[in-house]
Design a protein around this ligand. Structure first.
Ligand code: GFB
Length: 321
């Protein structure tokens, strides 16, 4: 690793799943008080406000974890919002970071930037070699624009800016809204609520979207944050996949969550809902060769996320043993 950069870190999106994990990772590694702003304090869609903020605060390092995000249904429904808002957030932050001389940026994309049907596992070099998955094309196009800005800041201006492409993330501070969330928090909530209903003598069935055959790779957000910190400190540039290394079918995921939650009732598969990309397992050997590897297994991660979810419901954890 090269020298540590200046210590004024700005974490954009610090209340979200990924941003809050970056704040935890910074605190654990000697960066205790990153600059953060709530949406009320700083609207990242407001170009002038973002410029003013950067000129006043002059961060040395920026983590771009702010984005309009959501699961397959949110991506597919709010297509304007996902394209427009993500483009504006990225150009506001990256433009101001460039103007005020920010040396290091960690920009987060997503595995959905890659072609819908790509050889597995997906290498970084497969970017822009085929058509995108239609359900998340707006989000993917915005994220591709962002990582191209990062690439250009390096090639044109010599900035040590890096883009990380995490696979499907989960963990504390995730969104558990059943219409807009990703599959893992949605299923934790669905199985938990069905378990509670049955315990109260009500009939309940868990509704799972799609065929169950789609494969997904899940990474605990604390592992993604440790990758972000390592890459920021090294000053490396370029594009890196950040994945767990293996994937599961949605059916297998549902079985694991049912076991962790302790639900043994019926499950119905809603084939009117899309599967999305059939499979998007990433090849993360590039970042692994730099010394990073995930530490949290899927089952352990689901357990701790379920505990966190229960803690937000003001009730004691009642896990299946
Ligand atoms: O996590 P998810 O919403 O997003 O869905 P993607 C993954 C798979 O789980 C799909 C199925 O095949 C869904 O049909 N699924 C089953 C469910 N039950 C449910 C449920 O109750 N809720 C949800 N949400 N899914 C997103 C992209 O794609 O992945 C984003 O839209 C981003 O752009 C993100 O890239 C990481 O993995 O399909």
């Amino acid at each position: 690793m090269t020298d540590k950069p200046g210590r004024r870190c700005f974490v954009a999106g610090h209340r979200g799943l990924l941003g809050s994990a970056v704040v935890r990772a910074l605190a654990a590694n000697g960066y205790p008080d990153p600059i953060v702003r709530t949406r009320d304090e700083l609207d990242l869609l407001d170009q002038r406000g973002v410029q003013r903020f950067f000129r006043e605060e002059k961060p040395d390092v920026v983590f771009v974890a702010a984005a309009r995000v959501g699961g397959i249904n949110a991506n597919n429904t709010y297509r304007w919002d996902f394209l427009f808002q993500n483009l504006v957030i990225e150009t506001n932050i990256l433009g101001s970071a460039l103007e005020t001389g920010v040396g290091r940026v960690v920009f987060f994309g997503s595995s959905c930037i890659y072609p819908r049907v790509a050889p597995q596992p997906i290498k970084e070099e497969y970017l822009l070699t085929g058509e995108l998955e239609p359900t998340n094309e707006p989000y993917a196009i915005a994220k591709i624009a962002g990582l191209k800005l990062v690439e250009a800041a390096t090639s044109q201006f010599g900035r040590e800016w890096v883009s990380l492409m995490p696979t499907n993330l989960y963990g504390p501070n995730d969104n558990f809204d059943l219409q807009t969330s990703h599959v893992l928090p949605a299923l934790i909530r669905k199985f938990h609520e069905a378990k509670e209903a049955r315990a109260n003598g009500q009939p309940a069935t868990v509704n799972v979207w799609g065929t169950g055959m789609a494969q997904r790779e899940f990474l605990h957000v604390d592992d993604a944050a440790s990758a972000a910190l390592m890459m920021m400190e090294s000053g490396v540039t370029g594009l890196y996949n950040v994945g767990y290394g293996s994937d599961v079918s949605i059916k297998e995921l549902a079985d694991t969550i049912a076991r962790v939650v302790g639900y043994d009732g019926p499950v119905e598969w809603d084939r009117s809902k899309p599967d999305g990309t059939p499979r998007k397992l990433m090849d993360s050997s590039l970042i692994r060769s730099r010394g990073w590897s995930p530490k949290i297994t899927l089952e352990d991660g689901i357990r701790s996320t379920y505990e966190w979810y229960l803690s937000t419901q003001n009730e004691p954890a009642r896990m299946a043993s």
